[in-house]
Design a protein around this ligand. Structure first.
Ligand code: FCB
Length: 465
């Protein structure tokens, strides 16, 4: 039986996403100074193979070539991030005109190509100078972030119709300050909670700057979400998955849409003597109505309550505490196919989490700001890259997206991660997420099968189910 084709609304924004440190390179060019990721990647043992973003995919210099690729793809939008250490190399104070000029040029090239620019203001590259003064542990960094945001609103104004404040605050706090896996590589749960609050505050203060200017564009945050589907209808499995949602999803989205942290998780941290440093007025600043919400979704799984939960104890180190938190929430049930980075493939979770967002937060306008797969396929003897895992992953997630839209979710666009193979943080260059293969020796770009597949999808505004 032939399957029925699925279609999307005519204005739907199909595009791709990247981030500055992962692609730009030119780390010490035109006045850019180090970020915490420059420092971290140069610290032995932190990144696989000792890889750094010094050169990356050289996109600072190859901006025309990359925009041409987007055009070839037929992309209607492109989500990039702005490197704070390029624009304000010391994090505050002096503005670097060459840094600004680069993003103005990128935006002009995109607009000339008919591609809608979407800018992310913080994709993890905190200026090292600010980190040396305490970084996100300091409330002042949230204020500095808002000033940097204001500089970019003034420089790019309405030529950028969509703005995202902070990318994946969970990664920039818990993964970076409690689990030690991302820059700056700290292991302290209490510090992670403080950082998380300051990131949310930075989001809110940037919103204030945006509103002050009465710009016509739209602004919101871009958290990562995942989904835990209860393994069974056992009440314990259901409760465990709810706790998982608190710890990963609600912690960042509730403050924005409900003006408070999720109560149960707040109480749980309280049992450890930990709480975010909330000052009067913070929650109002954080919960000013955003125009839309960016959603990054990669993975999910079945979750069940563990029979042997680890106790969550104040005296344990951060990693044990995180393990205990995970235990309190869910244990993953094995049996899923995985991408080449080891993440479970769970398109049903994408559909479910979109419905959950619809119901939990009053059906906010959403952009899928990231979704994609690691597939390490390399050019074959025919010179082509047959990245079958990515094509299938993307296809199944696009169907899940379509199902969510038919279920009433207000979704306006979809950015595939990523345009190019790039610096995949602690994994270095060994994990490839690009629709376009990049030869790191020569910087030659080769569109993969998934690029051609996505290009067809965009041209048809849909695909076969
Ligand atoms: C997300 C990040 C993005 C990229 C993908 C694979 O967590 O936002 O920069 O690394 O994962």
């Amino acid at each position: 039986m032939k399957s029925k084709p699925i279609r999307f609304p005519p204005q739907f924004l199909w595009g791709t996403a990247t981030s500055a440190y992962q692609i730009e390179g030119s780390h010490d060019v035109d006045g850019r100074k180090p970020s915490i990721w420059d420092t971290f990647s140069k610290t032995p043992g932190r990144v696989t193979n000792g890889d750094t973003g010094d050169v990356a995919t050289d996109s600072y210099r190859r901006v025309e070539e990359d925009v041409a690729l987007l055009k070839q793809l037929g992309a209607r939008a492109y989500r990039f991030s702005i490197a704070w250490p390029r624009v304000m190399p010391d994090g505050r104070g002096e503005v670097n005109p060459l840094g600004i000029a680069y993003y103005q040029r990128l935006v002009r090239l995109l607009s000339d190509a008919g591609i809608t620019p979407m800018a992310t203001l913080y994709h993890w590259d905190l200026p090292q100078a600010l980190h040396d003064e305490g970084g996100w542990m300091q409330r002042r960094t949230a204020e500095d972030f808002a000033r940097f945001a204001g500089v970019m609103f003034d420089a790019l104004g309405e030529s950028v119709p969509y703005w995202f404040t902070v990318n994946e605050p969970w990664c920039a706090s818990f993964l970076s300050h409690a689990m030690g896996e991302h820059a700056p590589g700290e292991r302290d749960l209490g510090r992670a909670l403080t950082v998380a609050h300051h990131l949310l505050l930075g989001h809110g203060l940037a919103m204030t700057e945006f509103r002050k200017r009465k710009l016509g564009g739209q602004i919101g945050m871009a958290p990562n979400v995942d989904w835990r589907e209860p393994y069974s209808q056992d009440r314990q499995d259901i409760a465990a998955c709810e706790r998982g949602l608190d710890w990963f999803n609600r912690w960042f989205i509730d403050p924005i849409y409900h003006g408070r942290y999720p109560a149960n998780m707040f109480a749980r941290y309280g049992e450890l003597g930990l709480k975010p440093p909330i000052l009067a007025g913070d929650m109002a600043t954080i919960s000013q109505a955003p125009d839309m919400l960016g959603i990054n979704y990669y993975t999910g799984s079945y979750g069940m309550n563990r029979a042997d939960p680890l106790p969550l104890r104040a005296q344990d180190d951060a990693l044990t505490q995180i393990e205990a938190l995970r235990n309190l929430s869910t244990a993953n049930v094995p049996g899923f196919s995985k991408t080449d980075i080891g993440w479970d493939i769970f398109p049903e979770g994408f559909y479910k989490v979109l419905l959950w967002l619809r119901d939990e937060y009053g059906n906010p306008p959403l952009f899928i700001t990231e979704n994609g797969a690691c597939d390490n396929a390399l050019p074959g003897s025919d010179g082509q890259v047959h990245d079958a895992i990515r094509v299938e992953y993307q296809h199944r997630h696009v169907i899940a997206l379509n199902r969510a839209m038919r279920s009433g979710c207000d979704i306006r666009g979809f950015m595939a991660w990523s345009l190019l193979d790039n610096f995949e943080w602690a994994h270095g260059y060994g994990k490839r997420f690009g629709l376009v293969h990049v030869d790191l020796e020569t910087q030659t770009r080769t569109p993969k099968d998934s690029f051609h597949w996505y290009s067809q999808l965009i041209a048809n505004n849909g695909c076969d189910a």
